[in-house]
Design a protein around this ligand. Structure first.
Ligand SMILES: Nc1ncnc2c1ncn2[C@@H]1O[C@H](COP(=O)(O)OP(=O)(O)OP(=O)(O)O)[C@@H](O)[C@H]1O
Ligand SMILES: [Mg+2]
Length: 360
């Protein structure tokens, strides 16, 4: 192979070569993966049929070709025949020495997000939660006093005024519940690592959801039966899946919807740490729902504590999920468009028993 062909094949970014009639000439291996198609099947296909961009690009694209200048487009949703749209940046440039031909690179935002999100989520959550924990502790005592006083007061009140003291007691209880949730967050112990069968965890969560908050939902299992054991704390991972199922059920509302629990193995998935070392996270678990999707306004911050799109939400569910996964050394990411929201967990495989024995 020529060096150019080597570079083309090893480029880790989806890349497409487009001819003068806006048809696909060639796509590299990364683009095959991204678009979920084979190179052979898309050669000759009009580019905009295969790559769906949510904003009209044709004109800018034609201009870049005519003036032989590069074109950069940030933050557009790009979808392909088989896949849901992802937020991406596009880099387009005329190919030197081949008039009319253009090269297009697609950089999904999610890839970058997955790698960097880890540390920043951790520290943001830590400081906000630390503050809230302190407040929780300080507020609980006076609140108990207020509730007690209201109850005493209610003894000497007429029936009509009782409504008011009931309101005080009820609302105080709601605050206490919130404070307890905050405290629970702070008290989360480090994971008790063992070999976990992820499918058992998913099953337990599924059954408990169907009996309670998710009774209106249909929950489909789509498991890779050969998935190896994960390295994790089964109780904490159950909490994670329950939270995700609860959110999906709440988003679907009374009419219900469908949640798909999808597990698969992705040998090459690694999380890069800031020190340059990588950790292999080959076990993938996706919780996919067909609800309305994340509200646009909070899309970028859903893993932060106290970010909620629901009237009575505390916004602690996903912050807890993110903390547990980060304590597990794993990774979580989300992509969401109306009709398809995917929370994806990536976890490490359990170390094999022989190696463990040697360590002991
Ligand atoms: N599957 C989903 N579909 C649509 N929106 C979602 C989904 N999951 C989460 N969200 C949005 O993200 C917000 C944050 O979720 P999170 O679980 O952190 O908090 P919450 O559900 O509002 O409150 P809590 O979990 O503490 O009761 C939700 O309020 C909701 O708006
Ligand atoms: Mg929640």
């Amino acid at each position: 192979m020529s060096p150019a062909a080597d570079i083309w094949a090893s480029l880790p970014v989806p890349a497409l070569l487009i001819d003068a009639d806006d048809r696909i000439l060639e796509i590299n291996a990364a683009a095959e993966g991204f678009l979920n198609v084979s190179a052979k099947s898309v050669v000759g296909v009009p580019i905009w049929d295969q790559v769906n961009v949510d904003s009209p690009l044709e004109e800018a694209f034609a201009r870049a070709r005519n003036f032989e200048t590069p074109l950069f487009v940030n933050d557009v949703d790009v979808g392909g025949g088989q896949r849901a749209p992802l937020q991406c940046g596009l880099q387009i440039a005329p190919l030197q020495g081949a008039p009319g031909q253009m090269i297009m690179l697609i950089s999904p935002r999610e890839l970058a997000g997955r790698i960097t999100q880890h540390d920043s989520v951790k520290s943001a959550a830590k400081s906000a939660i630390g503050m809230a924990e302190m407040l929780a502790h300080e507020i609980k005592n006076p609140l108990a006093g207020i509730t007690g006083a209201a109850q005493l007061l209610s003894m000497s009140l007429s029936k009509d005024d009782l409504e008011l003291t009931d309101l005080i007691v009820e609302e105080s209880r709601r605050i206490v519940k919130l404070l307890e949730q905050v405290e629970q967050f702070g008290n989360l112990s480090p994971p008790d690592f063992r070999e976990v069968n992820i499918h058992d965890v998913l099953d337990r969560a599924r059954r408990s959801a169907l009996l309670g908050f998710g009774a209106q939902m249909k929950i489909i299992e789509d498991y890779d039966p050969s998935l190896p054991m994960a390295h994790g704390d089964p109780d904490q991972l159950l909490q994670v899946v329950l939270n995700l199922l609860k959110n999906a059920s709440e988003a679907a509302g009374k009419d219900g919807g469908t949640i798909r629990l999808h597990s698969y193995f992705e040998h090459s998935f690694r999380l890069r740490r800031s020190d340059g070392t990588g950790r292999s996270l080959p076990l993938q678990i996706e919780i996919i729902d067909d609800g309305p999707g994340l509200p646009e306004a909070i899309k970028a911050d859903v893993f932060d504590p106290f970010v909620s799109g629901r009237e009575n939400g505390t916004g602690l569910g996903l912050a807890l999920v993110s903390k547990i996964i980060s304590d597990h050394g794993g990774s979580i990411s989300v992509t969401s468009v109306p009709g398809r929201t995917v929370f994806r967990l990536s976890l490490a495989r359990a170390p094999n028993k022989l190696a463990l024995k040697k360590e002991v």
